[in-house]
Every structure is written in C-alpha cells, then in structure tokens.
Design a protein around this ligand. Sequence first.
Ligand code: NAD
Length: 247
Amino acid sequence: MKATHPVALVTGSTSGIGAAIARRLSAEGFSVVLHSRQSVEAGLGFARELGSATYVQADLSNDADRIRLIDEATAAWGRLDVLVNNAGISRVIPHADLDAATPDVWHQLHEINVVAPFRLVALAQSALREAAERGRPGCVVNVSSHAGVRPKGASIPYAATKAALNHVTRLLALSLAPAIRVNAVAPGLVDTPLTADWTDAQRLWKERSPMRRAASPEDIAQAVALLVASDYLTGEILLSDGGLNLT
Ligand code: NAD
C-alpha cells in the first residue's frame, strides 16, 4: 500500500551531514530511507531511532547497487518524493602537487561525486514524476561544495567534481522541469569527523568568514530543508559558507 506521507532518500546518511539531513526531514514528517556504503549496524540503529525510516546498504561506485538502492527505496513505502544526493568522497591534495592527482584519483572522485548522483536521478526519475502527479513536484537536492563555485577546496579533482555536480544540477533542472525540481547546497567548511583535523580551514572560517565559524551539519540540513520546502525554486546552487566568499 502507498504511504500518504512523503518519502525522502538521503544517501550517505549514517554520519556527518547526511545524518543531520535525515534527522531534519524525519522531524518534518518525511519517512526516510537511510543509506551508507558500509555501516549497516549504525544504519539499522538510526532507522529504529527515527521511527518511520528504513535503511539500505549500497556501494555507489557499483551500478547494480545504485539500481538496487532506488528499487528498494521506492518499494519501502511505494513512493519517493525527495532524493538527497549527499554521499561523496574527498581527497586532500595540495593544489600545486599535480603529480599526486593521479588518473585513479580523478576517476574515483568522478564516479562517486558526479556519475553516481546523476545515475540515481535517472533511476528515480519515474518515481519522482509520480510525486508531481500527486500535486507537488518531485525534488532532488545535491550536496556539492563551495569548492565547486570558487577555485578552492581539498584538491583540484575534488573541486572539479563538485563544479561538475553544480552544472549537472542546472542541466537537470532544465531537463526535468516542471515535474522535478533539482537544486544544490554548496557548503563551505562543515564540522564533521571528516574535517576534525583540517586546522588551517578551521582557522580561516573562525578568523575570516563573516559568520566567524564553520557550519554545523544542522546548518546544512536546514538549507536542504529550505530547498525541499519550496515548490518553485529550481536550478539553484545555495552557497552555505557563512559568507566567506564575500571576503
Ligand atoms: P562523511 O564522510 O561523514 O559522509 C560521506 C558519506 O558518503 C558517508 O555516509 C559514506 O558512506 C558515503 N559514501 C562515500 N563513498 C561511498 C560509496 N562508494 N558508496 C556509498 N556511499 C558512499 O562526510 P560529510 O562531511 O558528511 O560529507 C557529506 C557531503 O558533503 C559530501 O558530498 C561532501 O563532499 C560534502 N561536503 C562536505 C563538507 C565538509 O566540510 N564536511 C564541505 C562541503 C561539502
């Protein structure tokens, strides 16, 4: 039987930013499909904690897993209204060290940060179109990075994949409207386990950014929720960097 409440799939949602997004959408009345590559126990435990939630393990570097993820996510409640492409990987490489940015690094980052989110939208397209038939457009939010907007970031390959994701966001917004809206949130530094030892970046945000701090995962979840709530915004890249880009 199809659920009467909306359903959101959040990729990479057992930790960091994805977990905060899942918690936020759950609090706003969504049934949530949680996902991660490995942490099955954490995913199942988090689903129990949220209540109306389920968990699917899938390796997004593998297309068969991408297909299974969307199949299981849409089967869970018989509908899918929102897809949040949050899962992503980074590599820290000084920008001047061109030799360290090997073809392997480029291919790995491109597969997870660009190909996977695009494929998930393609696979979820028919389910998201059904959302529009129920009265509200389907919604995709991609989690990209300020590094995809400005010449900054953990490495050149990472920044280039996030710039590609921003462009894919705009291209899909144009192709899929009006049935499906596609937007992105582009965070600056966010306090997660991933960035715990990025001391230079932490100092930069504390001393230079107008808001004088890095974002919390909840700040980014709020920006995602804002894009989900609007039935009109599409093709937007919402820079969420505490104003650092102004300096
Ligand atoms: P994180 O490492 O806690 O989360 C990344 C998630 O992606 C994990 O849940 C992981 O399971 C998933 N993932 C990675 N590779 C995968 C694969 N092959 N298959 C399936 N899932 C995979 O990091 P985070 O900081 O919460 O990052 C979340 C998103 O935010 C990423 O897209 C990242 O690029 C972006 N971002 C983070 C920051 C920051 O400062 N933390 C800044 C800008 C953008």
